[in-house]
Design a protein around this ligand. Structure first.
Ligand SMILES: C[S@@+](CC[C@H](N)C(=O)[O-])C[C@H]1O[C@@H](n2cnc3c(N)ncnc32)[C@H](O)[C@@H]1O
Length: 662
């Protein structure tokens, strides 16, 4: 009898308005998998939303469907559940609901709270009556769990269709509500011979429990929380008859907030990718950059995506044109929708959650220290490294500063020796911390002092451009942070943040031991995040030892012929900031050469960086020593223009050398 009542009308899972739904992109996703000849038996859709993507693969593979929202979970249970359902009885009930005479009922939770908001008074009352009835049937065991999901899904699709909204429940239209009929329809259910698993988990927790051939990730992109947009469906699904707040009549949703809509999305994303167990990871993610409405801007940067994915395996990106939903007017409406496909390397180490240093850490291919030490050797590394011996047991980086050389060294053991205790503590902190925890600590300090975050908000929101930089905006906050650190010098996390915002990311202390550099132009941006992440990973992998001691102690370290010592002392010629206090003088220079001569006698290989000539002056002590000992003076090519900000002279007559005894 119901066949006639409903005709061929039945609800398909994708017949739903939903932010970021991939219904229109199903062919694109399918084509990518086909083009790449990807064979799979199981497909996990872990931010499933409507469930449309899982549904696309439902007939041909096992599926795993997950979302944090209970309303979505009911929909999956209805469409993908395996329990038998008595469809004819359910259709009878739907017909009964459609034909209800609401006048026979009193008011209810829904009519009290939602009349003349998203629905007119009649429909609001009807929705409340139906929802109460579904709950009663379930409690009295007249219907099963899946049958409850079936009826509830039909109800949610029905009211979503007539709701007086623009597709989500942030607000209702303040116009005369037209007389719309709430019509509950049967669901278009298909049986699949494959297994399906349905979850309501935080995706980051779920990936620790499941595995699948393909894990598809379609997280929220921007600051817009799904629990805000769909609070009404959630209210009806959960049906705890909670108090509602504000004109939009929202329930308390604090427990449903997703980290993917927050500023820390990048961290959650990195953790997620690291913990996925799959042959392939398929990711949908648009890059809204910094243009468009702030609420629409993407939360995870391309750098974060690629670093995380490349750590797992080979990555390919596919694009198609797609109209993007934005919450406000955006000049970037005609966005390319992108799919990242990562073929996961087997046997990859996934325990630690760090960003890959393989992702183009620096142009030269070497990792760059987060500490921009004056005279840092990062730029010269390609030339210097070529001159290092191939076989090294222990590599000593003496006067290591930011450890640009030590971090990139290849040896069985690497020891970085530095006299400045703050520098050693900073590098140890970066090495020892879990990257996400340290990142979060930096963000907390940034927030506490009100420093800029151009990486998230763009330069425009600080009313500055990239060439002028953020100095003016950050000046006051920077000075407060500097004061705080100078009062409490054991807080190395404060010092790290201070350096990220200080002049050229340098480190300098005055005669009474206070950090005294002024604010810089940049902030905790993409480059500094990348440098810290890469340093954190490599310092860990190589188990580098950071040792706080004076170069005079190197002779007592038991260095042998199998080892190699690289030294980058302060230069007699030129004035670098580390040289201003207790400056390096001729006595130190002579002491250093004498120590090196002693190492030479023990057949220990060493390489010494220095400046032979600078602005017409020559370092005669070094020249004479090297010639006397018959050491090799390798001249390096270097434009030394940024080495000393006190000097205005053009330093193009500087001769950088590497003196070697092998
Ligand atoms: C872009 S939508 C997915 C759209 C879906 N692919 C579709 O075609 O309908 C993102 C979904 O992720 C869910 N979500 C947000 N944070 C989550 C988390 N931490 N774990 C699981 N799901 C989450 C949201 O509720 C939302 O449904």
């Amino acid at each position: 009898m119901n066949g006639a009542y409903f005709g061929n009308n039945a609800i398909a899972i994708s017949q739903r308005r939903y932010l970021g739904s991939k219904t229109k992109l199903l062919n694109f996703i399918g084509d990518v998998l086909q083009k790449e000849k990807i064979e799979f038996e199981s497909f996990a859709d872990i931010f499933a939303g409507t469930g449309a993507v899982a549904n696309h693969f439902y007939d041909n593979s096992q599926i795993i469907v997950n979302d944090i929202l209970e309303s979505n979970n009911y929909i999956y249970r209805a469409f993908f559940g395996k329990d038998d359902i008595r469809e004819e009885r359910l259709k009878d009930r739907l017909k009964f609901y459609n034909d209800l005479d609401i006048n026979k009922y009193g008011k209810n939770y829904f009519s009290e709270n939602f009349s003349n908001t998203y629905f007119d008074a009649k429909n609001a009352k009807k929705i409340g009556i139906i929802r109460d009835d579904i709950e009663k049937l379930f409690e009295e065991k007249i219907i099963t769990n899946r049958e409850k999901a079936y009826l509830l899904t039909s109800l949610m699709y029905a009211f979503d269709k007539i709701a007086n909204t623009v597709g989500h429940y942030d607000a209702y239209r303040k116009v005369e509500i037209q007389d719309k009929r709430l019509l509950l329809l049967p669901l278009s259910i298909r049986n699949s011979k494959y297994k399906s698993e349905i979850y309501k988990n935080d995706a980051n927790e779920l990936v620790r429990k499941i595995q699948a051939d393909i894990v598809y990730i379609d997280p929220p992109y921007n600051s817009r929380q799904y629990c805000d947009a769909y609070h009404l469906l959630e209210n009806v699904a959960v049906w705890k008859k909670e108090q509602v707040y504000g004109t939009a009549k929202k329930i308390n949703r604090s427990h449903l907030k997703s980290r993917y809509n927050m500023k820390t999305a990048g961290i959650a994303f990195c953790d997620l990718i690291n913990n996925i167990k799959a042959k392939y990871i398929l990711l949908s993610y648009n890059d809204m950059g910094t243009s468009g409405n702030v609420r629409s801007q993407s939360r995870v940067s391309d750098h974060e995506i690629l670093s995380a994915l490349k750590r797992k395996g080979e990555v390919k990106i596919f694009e198609t044109n797609f109209k993007q939903f934005t919450t406000g007017k955006s000049n970037k409406n005609d966005l390319k929708e992108r799919i990242f496909l990562c073929k996961v390397n087997t046997g990859i180490r996934t325990k630690r959650t760090v960003v890959s240093s393989k992702y183009n850490p620096v142009q030269t291919g070497f990792v760059k220290s987060p500490l921009n030490y004056t005279g840092g050797k990062h730029k010269l590394l390609p030339q210097i490294a070529k001159l290092f011996p191939k076989e090294i047991d222990t590599f000593y980086d003496v006067f290591s500063g930011g450890a640009n050389v030590g971090i990139n060294a290849n040896a069985n053991k690497i020891i970085c020796i530095e006299k400045n205790p703050y520098v050693v503590s900073l590098l140890k902190l970066i090495q020892k911390s879990n990257f996400e925890d340290m990142h979060q600590r930096i963000i907390n300090i940034i927030d506490m002092f009100g420093l800029s975050q151009s990486y998230i908000k763009g330069y425009d929101s600080y009313k500055v451009n990239s060439s002028d930089g953020l100095g003016q905006f950050n000046k006051e906050a920077f000075l407060s942070l500097r004061d705080e650190f100078n009062k409490n010098k054991t807080r190395i996390d404060l010092l790290l943040t201070l350096i990220l915002y200080s002049f050229n990311n340098q480190i300098r202390f005055n005669s009474i031991g206070n950090f005294n550099l002024p604010v810089g132009k940049r902030d905790y941006n993409g480059n500094s995040r990348k440098n810290i992440a890469a340093f954190n990973q490599l310092a860990n992998e190589k188990k580098i030892i950071f040792k706080n001691c004076d170069f005079r102690e190197i002779l007592e370290l038991g260095i042998t012929q199998k080892d190699f010592v690289y030294l980058d002392p302060p230069y007699l010629l030129g004035l670098a900031s580390y040289n201003e206090l207790n400056g390096w003088n001729e006595k130190d220079e002579i002491k250093l050469y004498s120590a090196l001569s002693k190492l030479n006698k023990k057949n220990v290989r060493f390489a010494l960086s220095n400046v032979l000539e600078h602005k017409g002056a020559t370092n005669e002590i070094m020249k004479n020593w090297a010639e006397r000992e018959n050491f090799k003076i390798n001249k390096l090519i270097y434009n030394y223009k940024n080495s000393n900000y006190h000097s205005t002279a053009k330093n193009n007559n500087t001769v950088e050398v590497l003196i070697t005894n092998y």
